[in-house]
Design a protein. Sequence first.
Length: 319
Amino acid sequence: MKRTVLIILFISLFNQTVKAQEVLTEAQAIKIALTKNPDFQVILKEAGLAHADLKQAGILENPIVAGDFAFYNLKNSFHPSVAIQKNITDLILRGLKVKVAKDKLDQTRSEIEFAIANLIFELRVHYYNFVAAKQNYDLYQKIVLAAEIESEFAIEQRKVGNINDKDFTRHQIDLTHVKKELAEVEKDYKLAKTELIRVLGLNNEDFNYDENLSLGDLPAKEIQESELENLALTNRADILAQKQELKALEKSVRLAKLSSIPPIHIGAEFHSEPDGTAWAPIIQTELPIFNRNQGQRQKNTVLLEQSQSKLAAKFLDIK
């Protein structure tokens, strides 16, 4: 009986210690995961990359400046010339480049929204798995405690001859059985806790929260299947992201076709001659004999077709 009393005292002291800890609510767990989960932080950085691409798309190419010196041995003098050129094709394509970059930024934002929804869903699953596992573990601890009390009471009864061998053996077998079940339940509890800590993005030593949590109430109204389908078709962030990707690729196909036009540089060259200064206009371009951006055009077309197939597949998944 002394052992049973000690066990009860230990559990009481443990519960008092736990009550002094902070309770990890579902909302708080979501906040921690959104700020600490390393996989989500990687996805979040994609927004910074997309912003950088948008910024770069709006920046014009630098003009080209060239110069030379002409030496005249007879007159022992030299005369410089300077030329400046600008790629006007870059000016023409700038607006379309910016539109493509904006569509890709919108796509990235939708992908991040989808990642947030996935993270919250995963967190809720592991959060309530942990709550259920902890409650189950606590229940089995009480069952084992009760079995130990019954076992010790049976031992005391046997000493005075108030219990037969069959009932005494049954108490010992029951205790052994519930202890084995407690060991299995403890494994499930520890695994659920490990998974929750992983999704939160914390280390084991950082998880200092009250583990006596509640599963909460069931929703007052169950959403119908048709309503869920309509919500998914209109609000699912991965579909919105796929649509944004499709828009960006449609513009990228146009951009690749226009980029097959070789860059055209226009400018002026200024000469300093012995009899004065002269200038002349400059027009410079490439001869598109070999490279007409064929590979990029084909790649963008295939990516567009691939994106269309992905969007169709997502619609089928919902239905």
